[in-house]
Design a protein around this ligand. Sequence first.
Ligand SMILES: [Zn+2]
Length: 363
Amino acid sequence: MHLVSPKRVFKGNKAWEKALPEISKLTKTPLLVGRSSATNYLRQKIIQDLNLYKSNTINESLHFDCCEEDLNRLYKISSENCCDAIIAAGGGKVLDAGKILAHHLSIPCITVPLSASTCAGWTALGNIYSQQGQFIKDIKLYSCPDILVFDHSFIKTAPSITLTSGIADSLAKWYESSITSSSNRDGLVQQAIQIARVLRDQLFIDSEKALADPSEENVAWINVVEGNGLTAGLIGGIGGEKCRTAAAHAIHNAITQLQPKNKPLHGEIVGVGILIQLKLEELKNANKLADQSIKQLVKFMKQLDLPTTISELGIDIFEGNNLQRIADFTCRKESEIHFLPFSVNPNDIVKTISIFENQKITI
Ligand SMILES: [Zn+2]
């Protein structure tokens, strides 16, 4: 089954204002879920606007990442208040929490991304983490959200690191789907891979221009934020599970186990995961172009000030058993690393990361 897209997508200027009448038809007692104090004023605006439609909005925040403890607390609050929909307004973890809550409560879900850091506002997937931010599992949901509101004036307020992190996460669509699914003969999967390639090229061309001027008047900025928040989600929707993730995300999930102290964003870790995946392809799959791809990507990521090694994420892999922990978690039975068209074991990961972290990449 393919869960291709949200039922309705409002995007661009005044997307929130355009979506409001539709949202008010769907819910009278929504649970609004957020997290960051920096975006509190946007959630207050959402509440005030919903009040104009006589909504009784219950406002709650995540205390941690999207974790069982937060979810259980919010299930209870939603049930006690007879909430008839979830509105998730925030970054990827808030959006995931909103979607998982709505899924389990069988009520509509409205996602309102407040940054372009992931495509979580679009997809029918949610990741569960520990309170400390360690990846635990992903949950496949019954559907994509009922309404996605991608309002440029909301997205514009987010710090630029969320945009660069989102760019790295979007780039992974190409590097992961092309290796896992290039021999898949399903036309839809092939077309999804080509969209991922076009998205990658567009990000290579537009990202620096987008970061230089984050405004609704800048076409490059619009292309990049919509690429991260919408197109990246569509690729997963059309292409299905195997088109989504492979080694880069498996390595991301493993790195979160070590709880990096400076709490890098999802896409910052995934970006490093792409580079390690390419190194793995070079060593295990005789991919002669991998070295070129690594150089091209490292140059691009440095221009965007993105981390390019695990040590730049704040983890010394040579300390204690850090490297073995990453290798073991990357290769656990249910890991997406096994979507690769060649077998990978923990020793392969230890070897690849050791070489990768020690090498000097000249660009
Ligand atoms: Zn991702």
